[in-house]
Design a protein around this ligand. Structure first.
Ligand code: AP5
Length: 225
């Protein structure tokens, strides 16, 4: 069976983390969210966390070299040898080039870039009601995707918190940064014929169904070749 080397792309709040949570279980893929990695580093006060803090809190991107090192380490460890799910990386043309280099040197290529689309006003509504579990992996919304018990993660029982960068003024900057620095990647990957678009305004389960159907077709086609 062909390998799944996947990237989740899309504006803040489009539902990348929500879909990642489902996809990594569906396909048992190693999952790398650069946002989660940075927030953990900040919470633990590591060198990476100290360097990233001011950028993340302002809703700006951390410098490419900082985040590229993090991804290179994961690849070098060998844990992504049989596939991966990247969420929030790459986010700039420089990061695309770095990922190209990592994959080329291993004779591998991306299976698909899954673009989850959502309009700005929907993103703002979603992020104001988002809650994430204190362990950082599971995502809820107080209205659209509530936990069974208020304030508690269904999956690991940890406390649900609101992210610092979900303040309205920071969200506005994150959206502007997306449109300026990350949206150009949509065209870039479209030209390479690996981009697959999904309507992120559908329910989380509907988006997941469509992604799974798309990947099943892609795998079938790849295995036929
Ligand atoms: P990161 O953590 O990657 O944040 P982001 O890309 O802004 O994305 P979000 O996590 O906010 O949203 P999401 O699309 O995952 O949506 P979610 O599923 O949670 O990055 C944070 C920061 O780290 C960046 O600003 C930057 O500073 C730094 N950084 C990270 N990577 C970097 C990189 N590569 N280079 C440089 N800097 C980097 O859903 C949102 C809400 O909507 C939830 O409440 C959810 O329950 C709800 N929801 C989801 N789907 C649906 C649906 N279909 N219908 C209704 N509600 C839904």
């Amino acid at each position: 069976m062909s390998q799944l080397n996947l990237v989740l792309l899309g504006p803040p709040g489009a539902g990348k983390g929500t879909q990642a949570d489902r996809l990594r279980k569906d396909f048992e893929l190693p999952y790398y969210s650069t946002g989660i990695i940075l927030r953990e580093a900040m919470a633990n006060g590591t060198e990476l966390g100290k360097k990233a803090k001011e950028y993340v809190e302002a809703g700006d991107l951390v410098p490419d070299d900082l985040i590229c090192d993090v991804i290179a380490e994961r690849f070098d460890s060998g844990e992504a040898d049989n596939g991966f799910l990247l969420d929030g990386f790459p986010r700039t043309v420089g990061q695309v080039e770095m990922l190209d280099g990592l994959l080329d040197s291993r004779g591998r290529e991306l299976t698909a870039v899954l673009l989850i689309e959502a309009p700005d006003d929907e993103v703002v509504r979603r992020l104001s009601g988002r809650r994430t579990c204190a362990k950082g992996q599971h995502v809820y919304h107080i209205e659209f995707d509530p936990p069974k018990h208020e304030g508690v993660c269904d999956q690991d029982g940890s406390r649900l918190i609101q992210r610092d960068d979900d303040k309205p003024e920071t969200v506005r900057n994150r959206l502007a940064v997306y449109h300026e620095q990350t949206a150009p990647l949509e065209k870039l990957y479209e030209k390479r014929s690996v981009l697959r678009r999904f309507d992120g305004t559908r329910t989380p389960d509907e988006v997941n169904d469509r992604i799974r159907a798309t990947l099943a077709t892609k795998r079938f086609e790849d295995d036929e070749q």
